[in-house]
Design a protein. Structure first.
Length: 206
């Protein structure tokens, strides 16, 4: 019997999406303070850390802003709407994937070879993802970025990612130190988790 494949969105992304919907719908007005992280965690039955990640996602894309000592405030309902639209595009892709698997199951009796290839593709993709958790992620530094050293940028503190190399004018600098300079047009290679990758992209290209 073929194992059913399910695509599950991380919980913190689900919470970020729901908060964005409430902002887009006007239930939270621009400038309004969001509930405390602990309250959001309680309302969605998740840990405070999961709630924190959800808020960080919204902060990174400009939906909310952080006022130190005061909390989180709604910054842009337009960006909340844009975030929802981007999610819907991704969801459509996932829906197509689900339909492919349903179709494969219906055709199993007469198309066992096709189903075997499809399962093989999924297994190879999963193995690739497991084997490449430390695969460097490439980010191109935007034009207009103020040239700064890694230390000046406080890079790891701001992104949670580690720089493994910088490519500057076809010269590759491996394991750059804190005095290495990042300039517009440079290729920066980092390792880290999914959230760190998102933060690096926003940090160097937003």
């Amino acid at each position: 019997m073929t194992e059913k494949i399910q695509f599950v969105q991380p919980k913190y992304q689900q919470i970020a999406l729901e908060l964005a919907k409430r902002i887009s719908d006007g239930r939270y007005a621009e400038g309004e303070k969001l509930h405390a992280r602990s309250t959001i965690a309680t309302n969605f039955h998740v840990s405070p850390e999961t709630a924190r990640k959800a808020i960080i996602v919204l902060g990174d894309i400009g939906v909310v802003t952080v006022k130190h000592g005061s909390g989180f405030f709604v910054a842009s309902s337009a960006k909340a709407t844009e975030f929802i639209e981007q999610y819907q595009d991704v969801e459509s892709i996932e829906n197509v994937k689900r339909e492919i698997y349903k179709s494969a199951k219906r055709q199993q009796a007469e198309s066992q070879h096709f189903l075997g290839l499809l399962n093989s593709l999924v297994e190879q993709t999963q193995r690739y993802n497991e084997d490449n958790k430390l695969q460097p992620y490439e980010v191109v530094v935007k034009e207009g970025f103020a040239a700064s050293t890694v230390s000046e940028l406080n890079f790891w503190h701001n992104t949670g990612a580690t720089i493994v190399a910088i490519k500057h004018q076809n010269k590759m600098i491996v394991s750059p130190g804190p005095l290495a300079v990042i300039e517009p047009g440079d290729f920066v290679y980092v390792v880290g988790d999914e959230l760190a990758y998102q933060r690096v992209a926003n940090f160097l290209t937003a």
